[in-house]
Write a new protein. Structure first.
Length: 113
């Protein structure tokens, strides 16, 4: 029997276009999973976020989806399974160049409640 606690992580990515346009929009998803403790859960959330990073090509422009941060990380009660579902996308309101480097490892997220 698995007695590990369940966690909820809110994960944020940036979708950027090569060239002058830079940041197109922010993308967030929720991730529910089991883990040993808060620090291990943070590492698992980072791994999930990195799994969804990608580079694609639209026309002549490179599009990059990059992990920005783990927004929140909460310890929950019991739950039936592990799952990831897309929560929302938000249009960019500021400029970030395509070359911008995010460092999600540098900020351990607070609980949301």
């Amino acid at each position: 029997m698995n007695n590990k606690p369940w966690f909820h992580a809110q994960i944020r990515w940036a979708v950027l276009q090569e060239g002058k346009r830079g940041l197109l929009y922010w993308k967030e998803s929720a991730y529910l999973f089991q883990s040993e403790d808060h620090q291990t859960a943070f590492q698992q959330a980072l791994e999930m976020g990195r799994r969804y990073e990608q580079f694609t090509k639209e026309g002549r422009r490179l599009i990059s989806t990059r992990l920005v941060e783990i927004v929140t990380l909460d310890r929950l009660g019991s739950s039936p399974s592990e799952l990831l579902f897309e929560a929302r996308c938000e249009k960019a309101t500021e400029y970030l160049p395509f070359e911008h480097v995010f460092k999600p490892e540098d900020a351990i997220p607070p609980p949301s409640f």
